[in-house]
Design a binder for this molecule. Structure first.
Ligand code: S3P
Length: 443
């Protein structure tokens, strides 16, 4: 999959990675901050917003829907909202580019408003399933006027005139499904309830509460029962976006693998529903020390000191997947450099990310001489304490594969090339300069 705009990049064995860095603002929280601010009445100030393409597309879409969204400084944005159910009829297609999160959350938000909008995205997003997002929204009164075959984009959605509150049990552990239903529920009178069998990232719930919504969360086994009282008046509430643990993950694994490294990461969000990678790496023997603990925007954060470590293979249980769903490609890289087998179980959801990440992660390792198997929905990496490297990695329009491949090259015997790094700009536009600043050799 080569495009004319592809930007290949090669990483090579590097000296120690050293320094003190702050990863960019969390992507999940950045989307939600913009969306909920756009549904509040009055002005919200957001600082530390991730200025990656995915989030910028959400900002652009919110403008098309009538909110005023302005950048007033680096990472600082003002949003003047239109109130719950207040989105205006857009005059253009809502184009989300590569972003599944932006698109799915906004499908939910639009479903609770009496407007009709067309949703679209790039070639990667057009391959991803949208039908399952729509299922609860149709029960709430929204209607797909037009949709591409197989429940894909482009999609024209007519929002519900009088949204009906429902009780919804998502068919998969997905924060996007949960959040779409809750955002639609903002427009419905009475209680919308989401019952999750496995808890997923809870940023929507936390942020709705931050904006004054009445939302309660009950722990039920491994899952949650979430009840939102609809038609609240959302009150503007300033937000400081914490550093994204899913972005910090790349330099963090780089520090573990490149001999002599030591990096301090500032203000990384430590929400337990996002902390699966840290837990797994610690089980593998990683030296990750928690320094100062703090909080930002209703989320706990910590400064972390990470030092080069000898890693051993571990078994990663399926129930941990929701807490580290975006981190499997970079964990697989760490597993290649560990001694022994790492088995990552229950990765079905990985097949429908920006790429089929399960297959693509296995291919990334294989092309670099690492022994790897995909058995059903499990990924099994046979770690040998080193990786031969020398491969050309197909990144399939997937930012996380590109960054994982480049981290691999920093410690592999031979350089590793990612065929296209242009999509890194969707989530982490400062990745290459930040890594170079730490000592990474990227060409
Ligand atoms: C996200 C949820 C996850 C994750 C994505 C961000 C979110 O997707 O992969 O990068 O912000 O809600 P699913 O909820 O579909 O697993």
């Amino acid at each position: 999959m080569y495009s004319e705009t592809a930007i290949p990049m090669t990483s090579a064995r590097s000296g120690p990675l050293k320094g003190r860095v702050r990863a960019p603002g969390d992507k999940s929280i950045s989307h939600r901050a913009l969306i909920l601010a756009a549904l509040a009445v009055g002005r919200t100030r957001i600082s530390g917003l991730l200025e990656g393409e995915d989030v910028l597309n959400t900002a652009k879409v919110l403008r098309l829907l009538g909110a005023t969204v302005e950048r007033v400084g680096e990472g600082v944005w003002h949003v003047d909202g239109v109130g719950v159910s207040g989105f205006a009829q857009p005059r253009d297609t809502l184009d989300f580019g590569n972003s599944g999160t932006g698109c799915r959350l906004m499908i939910g938000a639009v479903a609770g408003c009496p407007i009709t909008a067309t949703f679209d995205g790039d070639a990667s997003l057009r391959k991803r399933p949208m039908q399952r997002v729509l299922d609860p929204l149709v029960r709430m009164g929204a209607r797909a006027v037009m949709m591409a075959d197989g429940g894909r984009l482009p999609l024209t959605l007519a929002g519900a005139r009088d949204p009906i509150p429902i009780v919804y049990e998502p068919p998969a552990a997905s924060a996007q499904l949960k959040s779409a239903a809750l955002l639609a529920g903002l427009g419905a009178p009475g209680a919308t309830t989401v019952i999750e069998k496995e808890a997923t990232r809870d940023h929507t719930e936390r942020m709705m509460r931050h904006f004054g919504a009445d939302i309660s969360v009950e722990v039920v086994g491994h899952g949650r029962r979430i009840t939102l009282q609809g038609q609240p008046e959302l009150v503007p509430a300033d937000i400081k976006v914490p550093a994204d643990p899913s972005s910090a993950a790349f330099a963090l694994v780089g520090a573990l693998l490149v001999p002599g490294s030591e990096i301090i990461f500032e203000g990384v969000m430590t929400n337990p529903l996002r902390a699966g990678l840290l837990q797994t790496l610690k089980e593998m023997g990683a030296s990750i020390e928690t320094l100062a603990q703090n909080s930002d925007g209703g989320e706990d954060t910590a400064d972390l000191r990470v030092r080069t470590s000898t890693l051993r293979g571990v078994e990663v249980p399926p129930e941990r997947a929701p807490a580290m769903i975006d981190e499997y490609p970079i964990l697989a890289v760490a597993a290649a450099f560990a001694e022994g087998v790492t088995t990552m179980r229950g990765l079905k959801e990985l097949r429908i990310k920006e790429s089929d990440r399960l297959t693509a992660t296995a291919d990334m390792l294989r092309v670099n001489g690492v022994e790897v198997e995909v058995v059903g929905d499990d990924l099994i990496v046979h770690g040998k304490g080193r990786a031969p490297g020398g491969g050309l990695v197909a990144t399939h329009m997937d930012h996380r594969l590109a960054m994982s491949a480049l981290v691999m090259g920093l410690a592999a015997d031979k350089p590793v090339t990612a065929d296209d790094t242009s999509f890194i700009a969707t989530s982490f536009p400062t990745f290459a300069p930040m890594m170079r600043g730490l000592g990474a050799s990227f060409k």
